[in-house]
Write a protein that binds this ligand. Structure first.
Ligand SMILES: Cc1ncc(COP(=O)(O)O)c(C=O)c1O
Length: 404
């Protein structure tokens, strides 16, 4: 038996209290709510004096630079990395694009780029476009019927033509968790670089990039209780050195003349222009918020809740689960018998249950597992058993409407 007694994390999130007390927010995979601590940190920064970073020598600028670089360190430590290995981006999507442009020189005609069938479009389209530009081939690790990737197929078919493997850590559609250490080992055996999309993993797992063994790890602040518009591209030193800058301007240069320019050192070489200073500070504050709670407890509370929701949905006679991966994190996709997911989502909203429906920006996976799309329930640190019960109650009410 699992216990659902724990810290009431919901109390720290103003948007889920007051007038919104009745909302069951089960769409954290799309974006998470922001705790009070982060909101006040953002306000405090602007109230105490804002300036641009790394430039002027006045006190506002010094404070801004210190806060920005401290944010980099806090976020780095959260994933077991060093500050100089963290590049700030606007989110996971920009991080993938930065890699697909910056690593293009590694991919020659006839080479392979491997993805999994469950990739979010953000970790698919940039690689697809790179493959087209360089006359390379996009190869796909298929998913099995239960939604896990076919690791055997990958082992059998990968060759030294492969230059890049880009895989998600956790599927944003069905919550399937990938065996990243094993995928890293396979990629490195053929000399390829491995890029891991951690957008759906970083809020739900104990991330240590060294244990994962990947070359690059990417995530977005707005799925980690931080603000939108900030994200992270982690890379090992050697892997970051291989990225050619593709965005040019201030900050990323060392010397400029009309004839030529030379580049700054890492991480600045890959951060052209004024960075999202408040985004970085806000994200670091979100990490500090999470760090207050024992990691084991936080993760086990979420696991208990996930198991509770899975068990209830599995037992429901009118619910069809989409994908039953062996290892799952934070997300469940399902359909209601004879109800289109779009109709269901509209009705859920009427019962104050916030869920997402559709193909979840992963059309290839949706086409394989559930072509009409699915309803996605996803958890955050503030999710409670009452949210799941509210969703289950809504399911019963919806099914009554469709009962004839
Ligand atoms: C697995 C995955 N990758 C990438 C992204 C894109 O993230 P962003 O829109 O923050 O760039 C998402 C967003 O839903 C995601 O779930």
């Amino acid at each position: 038996m699992t216990s659902l007694k724990h810290t009431r994390y919901r109390q720290f999130f103003p948007s889920l209290n007051g007038n919104n007390q009745q909302i069951a927010y089960l769409d954290s995979a799309a974006s998470t709510q922001v705790p009070e601590q982060v909101l006040s940190e953002i306000e405090k920064y602007y109230r105490q004096g804002h300036a641009n970073v790394h430039r002027a020598s006045h006190s506002f600028a010094r404070n801004a630079t210190n806060a920005f670089e401290l944010a980099r360190k806090t976020i780095a430590e959260f994933i077991g990395a060093k500050a100089q290995n963290i590049i700030f981006t606007s989110g996971t999507t920009q991080a993938v694009n930065l890699l697909a442009d910056g690593l293009a020189h590694l991919v020659a005609e006839g080479d392979h780029i491997w993805l999994s069938e469950m990739e979010h479009h953000s970790n698919l389209v940039p690689w697809q476009q790179l493959a087209k530009r360089n006359n390379a081939e996009l190869k796909v690790i298929p998913v099995l019927e239960n939604g896990d990737i076919d690791l055997g197929y990958f082992r059998q078919h990968i060759s030294d033509k492969c230059k890049i493997v880009a895989v998600t850590h956790v599927s944003n559609s069905i919550g399937a968790m990938q065996p990243i250490p094993e995928l890293s080992r396979i990629a490195h055996q053929v000399g390829a670089k491995i890029v891991v999309d951690g957008a759906q993993a970083v809020a739900h797992l104990d991330i240590d990039v060294n244990r994962l063994g990947c070359d690059y790890y990417l995530f977005s602040g707005h799925k980690l209780y931080g603000p939108t518009g900030i994200g992270v591209l982690y890379g090992t030193e050697q892997a970051l050195e291989q990225i050619k800058p593709s965005v040019f301007g201030g900050e990323m240069i060392s010397k400029v003349s009309f004839e030529q320019s030379t580049w700054n050192t890492l991480p600045y070489r890959l951060e052209a222009g004024t960075p999202n200073i408040i985004g970085a500070i806000g994200l670091a504050s979100a990490v500090q918020f999470l760090n207050q709670f024992p990691l084991k407890e936080r993760l086990s509370v979420e696991r208990s809740l996930l198991n509770y929701a899975l068990q209830k949905l599995e037992q429901h006679p009118q619910v069809e689960l989409v994908g039953k991966p062996m290892m799952r994190v934070g997300i469940i996709a399902f359909n209601l018998r004879n109800v289109h997911p779009q109709d269901a989502a509209t009705l859920f909203d009427q019962y104050n249950v916030a869920l997402r429906c559709g193909h979840h920006c992963a059309m290839p996976l949706s086409n394989t597992l559930s072509p009409r799309g699915s309803i996605r329930l996803s958890l955050g640190i503030y999710s409670e058993q009452s949210d799941i019960d509210q969703a289950l109650d809504a399911i019963n009410k919806i099914m009554e409407l469709f009962d004839d």
